[in-house]
Design a protein around this ligand. Structure first.
Ligand code: SAM
Length: 331
């Protein structure tokens, strides 16, 4: 079966994507672990680390599927809030809404010096670090400003008053994927009704949220499936508050010599077979491989993000470019 979208009419893509994700919803999480050897967990951890969650953060995870990224973000926001409360208690004051330290202007951090476990290698600018890797990365923005974390969006500041807990919205076009996510959340002790987590059915191309609603937006392994990507990027910009952060985790073009051939072999020969054996659905996984092959390379996608109106756009390759995290700010 070849689902190559060169042959699939544009208006048929959405229907095809819907079928694929309805079909894989119940086996989606286990298949992710099997196909990536667990690497998707490290990639998602890195995505959330790059986001630098902060107290009171209002976050939207689009194409959020079964909630993997959203759960991580919510837990990280809660941890930041606990830290904020403890710091406030120690200082004998009431915790305030938002961050404990002033945020830099969006994208104001210098290149990250840490080496993430997922094998991150930063790119997207011409600066070099001591290991010789090109550096700029998703933690970085316009040069010459200081680090501080967070999106710089306008939710916060230590302005006094009680801390309003952050919230995370999972938005996905596919109700079957959302249902699996809701079941997972219900089974997790810390993600119940009062957790600040919500699930919303919606299309990335026309999001059901008002302008300037969120401090940050993530889309993980989702933009590849969207029919009108420029429209989805414009929507991301619209729903972000000024200063808000956009992060996209997506399969990309392998840059490491030798790895590309191995990766191609694995993708085309192994993944559809695992899909056939485990999920009894080789065709959906063949689609996955085809859609990865057709997704634009890092630089091309970065330009698309800029054309949508984002600024300080950078990207970071993980695992030799198997995936990349693109970052941009609404400035
Ligand atoms: N983000 C999750 C993760 O990383 O585990 C799920 C990724 S899954 C590969 C892709 C998701 O994109 C599916 O849940 C699918 O329903 C969703 N999707 C596809 N097209 C979409 C669209 N136009 N708007 C919103 N979600 C979409």
């Amino acid at each position: 079966v070849d689902f190559g979208f060169r042959q699939v009419p544009r208006d048929a893509k959405a229907g095809l994507v819907g079928q694929v994700f309805s079909s894989v919803a119940s086996s989606y999480d286990i298949m992710n672990d099997l196909m990536s050897g667990g690497l998707h967990r490290l990639w998602k951890d890195r995505l959330v680390e790059s986001l630098r969650p902060f107290p009171g953060q209002e976050h939207l995870d689009v194409a959020g599927g079964t909630g993997d990224v959203a759960f991580r973000v919510l837990r990280a926001v809660r941890a930041a809030e606990v830290g904020e409360r403890m710091a406030a208690a120690a200082a004998g004051r009431t915790s305030s809404r938002g961050r404990t330290s002033p945020q830099p202007p969006p994208g104001a951090s210098p290149p990250s010096s840490s080496s993430p476990s997922a094998g991150a290698e930063t790119s997207g600018s011409s600066s070099s670090n001591s290991s010789g890797a090109r550096s700029s990365g998703v933690n970085s923005g316009p040069a010459g400003q200081s680090s501080g974390g967070g999106s710089g969006a306008g939710s916060s500041g230590s302005s006094g008053g009680p801390l309003v807990p952050g919230r995370v919205v999972v938005c996905d076009i596919n109700p079957d994927m959302l249902r699996v996510g809701q079941q997972k959340a219900a089974a997790a002790a810390d993600l119940g009704d009062e957790s600040g987590l919500s699930f919303v059915e919606g299309n990335a191309e026309s999001l059901p949220f008002p302008d300037s609603s969120f401090d940050s937006y993530t889309i993980a392994f989702g933009i590849r499936n969207v029919t009108d990507r420029p429209a989805a990027l414009r929507e991301a910009l619209r729903v972000l508050k000024p200063g808000g952060r956009f992060l996209c985790l997506e399969f990309s073009q392998v840059t490491q010599p030798g790895l590309r051939e191995l990766y191609d072999m694995y993708s085309f020969a192994v993944i559809p077979r695992i899909g056939g054996l485990v999920a009894n659905d080789a065709a959906s996984y063949q689609y996955l491989v085809e859609s990865i092959r057709q997704f634009p390379d890092q630089e091309t996608f970065a330009r698309l993000i800029e054309e949508a109106g984002f600024r300080a756009v950078t990207y970071e390759n993980l695992t030799g470019g198997v995936v990349a995290i693109h970052s941009g700010f609404k400035l």
